[in-house]
Design a protein around this ligand. Structure first.
Ligand code: CTP
Length: 398
């Protein structure tokens, strides 16, 4: 349960607006104060009176503000009052206006004047969600650190089933709490590494591996959602930073080790999801290696084992390692748990093509210093991240 917040709730015009009434009720039940702002088209989907009664506050609406002539500075007052601004549902039109910084009504001018965290819960038809224009605006908003609740897959207003359904009010309320620094891991620092490392051979070539970084990014997103101060040390990957996460980009294993050591002492939990290269070319060639030079011999040097060295720099942190194995899963995992001094070792079988590298799903067995192994059956990496955090959090709060 998060501390009581002052939530500004923007509601734009879509069928999902009826669920905003439920969101107001839920937030009030959680002890939060809510002020609603309706766009012109939202009024066709949900009545201001409903929201006024549920929130116990006057509702901001265009026509009313225009009629009373009090629209001028109200957006400044509202922006100063709110601790979190949430737009649910957020239509594709509102997302575009937020991304572009347009201020043509009460909600968007308030968003421009607002300095705190912004949460959006998109709701639209799947074609509109997939549209390149929409996705570009979404990407812009994500890069600015805007928090997204959903959308999710499910039945749409059109009767079809697809991506674009608004997240459930409970989920939106959770994201609001996380954005405001609430959540069960508030006050904790979580350090996550993700992706591969690239070890230069010459200016154009490197030794690398097939890690996509998706598992690590899902774990960082989950940590942030639970309210932890989250630091993500990312190898070279093509993924957008999850909202609310502090991202540090690195290329090589040694750079990753430096970044991890810099922040390890602050961390309560360190999750080494990165596929760190064990070896690097001893000396990267300064100029591109040419064929005429004949078959090159690349001498390798061993990289530092980051996880194995962590106990010394973070004696009290909970340490989590990952192991990608093609054979002898259990024996290798147990050996690594011991050898690297970790509290958890999350093992997965990378010889299977339906899970792991580049896949959206994963299936793992979690070996623990304390307790029996836990098997987590195949599921999307985001869901898996949530299940893993249930285990890690139980250890943190022990
Ligand atoms: N790891 C690390 N530093 C390295 C190699 C691995 O911190 N140089 C971490 C990984 O992030 C992971 C765990 O150790 O959490 C296990 O990685 P893995 O590559 O499976 O272990 P290795 O010790 O490299 O064993 P293997 O011989 O199987 O590659």
């Amino acid at each position: 349960m998060s501390r009581p917040l002052r939530v500004l709730l923007g509601i734009s015009g879509g069928i999902a607006a009826y669920k905003s009434a439920e969101l107001v009720r839920l937030l009030r039940k959680g002890g939060h104060e809510v002020r609603c702002a309706l766009t012109r088209s939202a009024v066709s989907f949900v009545t201001p009176l409903t929201l006024e009664v549920l929130s116990g506050q006057r509702v901001y609406q265009e026509e009313y503000l225009a009629a009373t002539g009090s629209g001028e500075e109200e957006h400044i007052t509202a922006a100063a009052w709110g601790e979190v601004l949430c737009v649910a549902p957020a239509t594709t039109h509102v997302l575009a206006r937020l991304a572009l910084g347009l201020g043509d009504d009460f909600l968007t001018t308030t968003a421009l004047a607002f300095a705190g965290p912004l949460v959006v819960a998109p709701a639209m038809h799947s074609e509109m969600w997939r549209k390149e224009a929409t996705q570009q605006h979404v990407e812009t908003l994500r890069r600015r650190g805007v928090w997204f609740a959903g959308p999710v897959e499910g039945p749409l207003a059109s009767g079809e089933v697809g991506m674009g359904r608004m997240a459930e009010p409970e989920e939106i309320a959770r994201v609001i709490a996380a954005a405001a620094g609430g959540g069960p891991l508030a006050g904790r620092t979580v350090l996550v590494t993700a992706g591969p490392t690239h070890e230069p051979v010459d200016p154009v070539r490197f030794l690398g591996n097939r890690s996509s970084g998706r598992m690590g990014f899902a774990l960082a997103a989950e940590a942030a959602r639970r309210g932890a101060r989250t630091i993500l040390v990312a190898g070279p990957v093509e993924l957008a930073a999850p909202p609310g996460v502090i991202r540090i980009d690195v290329t090589t294993a040694r750079e990753m080790e430096r970044a991890v050591h810099e922040h390890a002492a602050e961390a309560d939990l360190i999750v080494m999801a990165a596929a760190v290269a064990d070896f690097r070319p001893r000396q990267a060639a300064e100029r591109k290696i040419k064929k005429e030079q004949g078959l090159p011999a690349i001498e390798l040097a061993e990289n530092p084992d980051i996880l194995a060295g962590l106990r010394a720099v973070a004696p009290r942190a909970v340490l989590v390692g990952f192991a990608a194995e093609t054979h002898d899963l259990e024996r290798n995992a147990r050996t690594k748990l011991e050898r690297k001094g970790a509290d958890f070792l999350v093992a997965n079988d990378v010889s299977r093509s339906d899970i792991a590298f580049g896949s959206g799903d994963n299936e793992v067995t979690v070996y623990r210093r304390e307790g029996e192994p836990v098997f987590l059956s195949r599921r999307p990496k985001s869901e898996l991240a949530a299940s893993l955090f249930d285990l890690f959090a139980a250890r943190l709060f022990r």
